[in-house]
Write a new protein. Structure first.
Length: 206
């Protein structure tokens, strides 16, 4: 593993890579045994983040790279990240950051429990279609059309919980260069990619 980390170099590595390479390797060497991702995947995601931070003129410090503001900025501005990969990048970086904190404390990282994914959807596609039509026909009052559509876009479109929906503001919604729409969930490290069916409506509300 150590040799794979030391030999790693991004494909078509930009000039910034040499400046951040040691920091990236140090982070990955620290967390590699504790995160459930392939070594090359973690190396690639960390390299992308570090190079983005270097281009932004930030300190060459993994602690700075893994700040939520740095992560969000990198994910929003990096046009090389495919829209359907944004949430994966965010999840990996959140796990890396958490693992570093636990390792520094001399403790084992907390296990991540997987939930039961066999539960049925609360609403069928036809149910959601009817709700969408219903929301379109509400009066444009403060408690009418806009709020109903927001509930649908953030709930059905992004899978947020009621508590998360209440916390989201327009400034938490971002349109990527690829036109994909993502939501940064306040108080968490989650960056959610809105389903294509709802992204136009969510962007308009934001």
């Amino acid at each position: 593993m150590s040799q794979a980390i030391l030999r790693y170099r991004p494909k078509d590595a930009p000039p910034e890579w040499e400046a951040v390479a040691d920091g990236v390797r140090m982070v990955v060497a620290t967390v590699a045994d504790h995160v459930p991702y392939r070594l090359t995947t973690v190396l690639g995601v960390m390299a992308t983040l570090a190079i983005s931070a270097e281009r932004a003129g930030l300190a060459r410090d993994p602690a700075v790279w893994l700040e939520q503001g740095t992560i969000t900025r990198s994910l929003l501005l990096n046009t090389d990240i495919a829209p359907n990969s944004t949430q994966t990048y965010a999840s990996i970086l959140a796990r890396v950051r958490e693992t570093l904190v636990w390792v520094e404390r001399g403790e084992a990282p907390r296990p991540h429990l997987s939930g039961d994914r066999s539960r049925a959807e609360p609403y069928s596609t036809s149910d959601l279609t009817r709700l969408d039509v219903w929301s379109d026909n509400l009066p444009p009052a403060p408690t009418g059309r806009g709020n109903a559509k927001a509930l649908l876009t953030l709930g059905a479109g992004c899978g947020l919980t009621p508590k998360e929906i209440l916390a989201v503001r327009g400034s938490d919604v971002h349109i990527l260069p690829s036109d994909a729409v993502v939501v940064g969930v306040p108080g968490t490290d989650r960056l959610i990619v809105c389903r294509s069916l709802w992204e136009e409506a969510l962007a308009g509300l934001a």
